[in-house]
Design a protein around this ligand. Structure first.
Ligand SMILES: NC(=O)c1ccc[n+]([C@@H]2O[C@H](COP(=O)([O-])OP(=O)(O)OC[C@H]3O[C@@H](n4cnc5c(N)ncnc54)[C@H](O)[C@@H]3O)[C@@H](O)[C@H]2O)c1
Length: 395
């Protein structure tokens, strides 16, 4: 695959035009080939919207998501293989959008530690490109940006106790509701700094320029189309390893607690955020499974064993930079503002992801046997508009 986005665009020009679908302009999703992006794209497309996906396909495996979107929704989904660091490509995509969801990011703390400059350029610089492109529009489209709980730092000051194999806060309010948006910002790790910078820029563009923009500070999201690795997407990573029968490394003691949110519930929240933009623009919300959907890492391994019949072998290692012993999102601000509630519990969600992964792997094996297609051919198929689409676009 060619990595130069400018070259990609030359080879596979994507014609931006007002699609007739639904009578309205498309929704732009940066990072739309990724796990969260493709789930949102699928929902929007299924509801009859046109969608532009802008993605540089730098995350391993995501071209499969784009291929799936193309196969399922045809030309209603337009793919722009471009880098958010490319201001011109971002301006082009934004100029035709009715709404923007900005997800494209360098997503791993570990990678940010290896290459903080790139992490900053993509996460902070890329977000500034999106904001500037929106600001330049006569009728700026509303924006939802995905930030992270990492903006609250290590939370070392929250006194914890160990109870029944997991950490629990001593503070009764945090124990019952989790960590709220009133928590002071404390960026940890280059990833925390770059996402936190972007988070603050988005809120400030709402304040300084009147853009309609909402920030989601998200904890762990999981679900189908997630290619989890040790560095990011740990629920999927644990499941994949269990299915493969290979070991995992647990950093820390495994008693760290997280709230986890199934991606369908997150997509509901995105749609509600866009709908409530007039009332809640300029606001940051903590979004996650909340106090009703928590698990420790060790508890998740137990659940995986019950679902799959086996769990991966575990090697324990020291805590990593920026690891939080406890993080649960207090989602009451968003719930009270919009009526949103997560509907998929931990057991149901993990089972659904497990079943999807098993299914996807058997399909992938069958495909590999049938046609060992080269990746570059796959990318061409994803991005080149069909002959009919080209004919329509040039009219
Ligand atoms: N998944 C989670 O648990 C979680 C938690 C908190 C925040 N987030 C945020 O949500 C967003 C989406 O995360 P995800 O889990 O879907 O990750 P993902 O890696 O599956 O998706 C990110 C997508 O962005 C693309 N991308 C990366 N760099 C790019 C660039 N320079 N230009 C264009 N595209 C680029 C990747 O190819 C990928 O398709 C990210 O902003 C992430 O920081 C995710």
């Amino acid at each position: 695959m060619k990595k130069n986005p400018a070259v990609e665009r030359e080879i596979h020009p994507v014609v931006f035009r007002e699609p007739a679908r639904n009578g309205s302009r498309p929704v732009l999703i940066t990072g739309g080939a990724g796990f969260i992006g493709c789930n949102l794209a699928h929902r929007l497309l299924s509801m009859g919207n046109a969608v532009i996906v802008l993605d540089d396909l730098s995350r391993n495996g995501v071209e499969r998501n784009l291929k799936w979107l193309r196969k399922t929704h045809g030309e209603h989904m337009r793919a722009e293989i471009a880098d958010v660091r490319d201001g011109e490509a971002v301006r082009d995509a934004v100029s035709n959008a009715r709404q923007v969801f900005h997800f494209a990011a360098q997503v791993a703390v570990t990678t940010s530690l290896d290459d903080p400059r790139r992490d900053f350029a993509v996460n902070a610089g890329g977000t500034l490109n999106v904001l500037e492109a929106i600001r330049a529009q006569a009728d700026p489209p509303p924006l939802v940006f995905t930030s992270t709980n990492k903006v609250y730092g290590g939370l070392a000051d929250i006194a914890l106790e160990r109870r029944e194999g997991r950490y629990e806060p001593r503070d009764p309010v945090i124990r019952v509701h989790g960590v709220s948006e009133d928590r002071r910002l404390d960026f940890h790790s280059p990833y925390g700094c770059s996402k936190g910078t972007a988070d603050q820029y988005v809120l400030d563009y709402a304040r300084s320029y009147g853009l309609k923009a909402i920030v989601f500070r998200m904890s762990c999201i999981y679900g189908p189309h997630q290619f989890g690795t040790e560095d990011q997407g740990w629920v999927a990573h644990f499941l994949i390893r269990a299915i493969e029968g290979s070991p995992i490394v647990l950093y820390g003691d495994g008693m760290q607690v997280r709230d986890i949110l199934f991606v369908d519930d997150l997509v509901d929240a995105f749609l509600l955020a866009q709908r409530s933009m007039d009332r809640h623009g300029g606001t940051a919300f903590n979004i996650g499974g909340g106090a009703g959907n928590t698990t420790s890492l060790l508890e998740l391994l137990d659940l995986i064993e019950r679902i799959h019949g086996d769990s991966p072998d575990v090697a324990m290692q020291e805590w990593r930079t920026g690891d939080q012993r406890y993080y649960v999102s207090d989602t009451r601000r968003f719930q009270q503002s919009t009526g949103w509630q997560p509907r998929v519990g931990v057991k149901e969600g993990v089972t659904r992801l497990h079943d999807w992964l098993v299914d996807a792997r058997s399909h992938a094996k069958a495909r590999a046997r049938a046609e060992p297609a080269r990746r570059v051919a796959a990318v061409s198929a994803l991005t080149a508009p069909s002959e009919e689409a080209q004919a329509e676009g040039s009219a």
